[in-house]
Design a protein around this ligand. Structure first.
Ligand SMILES: C[S@@+](CC[C@H](N)C(=O)[O-])C[C@H]1O[C@@H](n2cnc3c(N)ncnc32)[C@H](O)[C@@H]1O
Length: 274
C-alpha cells in the first residue's frame, strides 16, 4: 500500500470503530475477577471462551510483572487497562477511536481506578510517550490491526524499556481452513482493518523487539467457539467436547509441536533486546 492508501484504510478503520463503540458499547463498572474469569477460567468454571488457556498465560504473566508503568495498546473500551489498575498497576492506554476512549475513561471512573490510568486518543504510528518509558506492554487483538501501519511496531518497541516484555493475545493466519471462515465472516460483517498475523509478521515483530515467542496455540480449541456460546454456561456433552479440544491442544503443545503450524491464535511474548 502506498501512503495515501494507508491513510485511507486508517480513516475507514477509525470511522467503523467510532460507530461500533457508540452503538454497541457503554461504560460499566468492572471488577478484576470478572475480567479474569471471562478470559482465563472459561469452560472449567462455567464460562466459555475459546481463548483459554493463552489468555490465562497472558494475564498471569502481567500480574507477575511489578507495578508498571504498563501500556495497553489499542485498548478499545479499556477493559484490560482497568483490570491491570484494579490489580494495583499504573497504566497508560491509547486507542485511535475517540468513542472507545470516552467509554474507557467513564468505565475507569465507575470502577474506581481513574487515578491509576491515563487514557489517550492516539495513533500507534506516533506515540506521545518517552523512549523506554514502559516496563511492560500489553494488548489483546491489537497487533493484527496495528502491524499494517508502517512505523507502529517500531513505536511500540521504542517506548518499551530494554529487557521489558510485551505480551499479546493475537489471531494468526497459519490455519487455511480458519482463514477461509474468517474471510467469509469479515466480508459478511463488513469489518475493516483485519490482518491476521502471518509467519512473516511474527518475524518482523521479532526483529523490531529482539525476540518473539509464540505459545498456547489454539489449534483444536479454536473450534470451541462454534460449540460454546459466549454468553451461556456450558454444560453436558458440549462442555465435554470443548474440554477435550482444549486438553488436546495442551497435549499437542507438549508433545506434537509441529501442529503449531495450524494455529489460529496464540499468546505472543516479545522481549526487547537489552
Ligand atoms: C479488535 S479492537 C481490540 C480492542 C481491545 N484491545 C479489546 O481487546 O477489546 C482493535 C482496536 O485497534 C484500534 N486501532 C486500530 N488502528 C489503530 C491505530 N493506528 N492506532 C491506535 N489504535 C488503533 C481500534 O480503534 C480498535 O479499538
Amino acid at each position: 500500500m502506498d501512503a495515501s492508501q494507508i491513510e485511507c484504510v486508517l480513516e475507514q478503520e477509525r470511522q467503523l470503530n467510532e460507530e461500533n463503540y457508540r452503538t454497541n458499547w457503554e461504560p460499566r463498572k468492572l471488577d478484576g475477577d470478572a475480567f479474569y474469569t471471562q478470559f482465563a477460567r472459561p469452560l472449567r468454571n462455567g464460562g466459555n471462551n475459546h481463548r483459554y488457556p493463552g489468555m490465562k498465560a497472558l494475564l498471569d504473566d502481567l500480574l507477575a510483572q511489578g507495578e508498571g508503568p504498563f501500556l495497553d495498546c489499542a485498548c478499545g473500551a479499556g477493559e484490560m487497562a482497568i483490570w491491570l489498575a484494579l490489580h494495583g498497576k499504573r497504566v497508560w492506554a491509547f486507542d485511535l477511536t475517540e468513542a472507545a476512549i470516552q467509554i474507557a475513561r467513564q468505565s475507569a471512573e465507575l470502577s474506581g481506578v481513574a487515578d491509576r490510568i491515563t487514557f489517550d486518543v492516539m495513533d500507534a504510528r506516533c506515540l506521545r510517550y518517552e523512549d523506554a518509558f514502559f516496563c511492560a506492554i500489553t494488548g489483546k487483538d491489537c497487533l493484527h490491526h496495528l502491524i499494517k501501519y508502517p512505523g507502529a511496531i517500531d513505536e511500540l518497541a521504542r517506548v518499551l524499556k530494554p529487557g521489558g516484555k510485551a505480551c499479546f493475545y493475537e489471531p494468526l493466519a497459519f490455519n487455511p481452513l480458519i482463514n477461509a471462515l474468517r474471510y467469509i465472516n469479515i466480508h459478511l460483517r463488513g469489518y475493516v482493518g483485519e490482518h491476521m498475523l502471518t509467519r512473516e509478521d511474527v518475524r518482523q515483530l521479532g526483529t523490531a523487539f529482539g525476540d518473539a515467542q509464540l505459545s498456547h496455540h489454539a489449534v483444536l480449541s479454536v473450534w470451541t467457539r462454534f460449540i460454546a456460546s459466549m454468553h451461556e454456561p456450558l454444560r453436558g456433552v458440549r462442555r465435554r467436547i470443548c474440554m477435550t479440544l482444549i486438553d488436546l491442544d495442551e497435549f499437542a503443545q507438549a508433545h506434537l509441536p509441529f501442529l503449531e503450524r495450524f494455529s489460529a491464535c496464540a499468546y505472543m511474548q516479545l522481549v526487547k533486546r537489552p
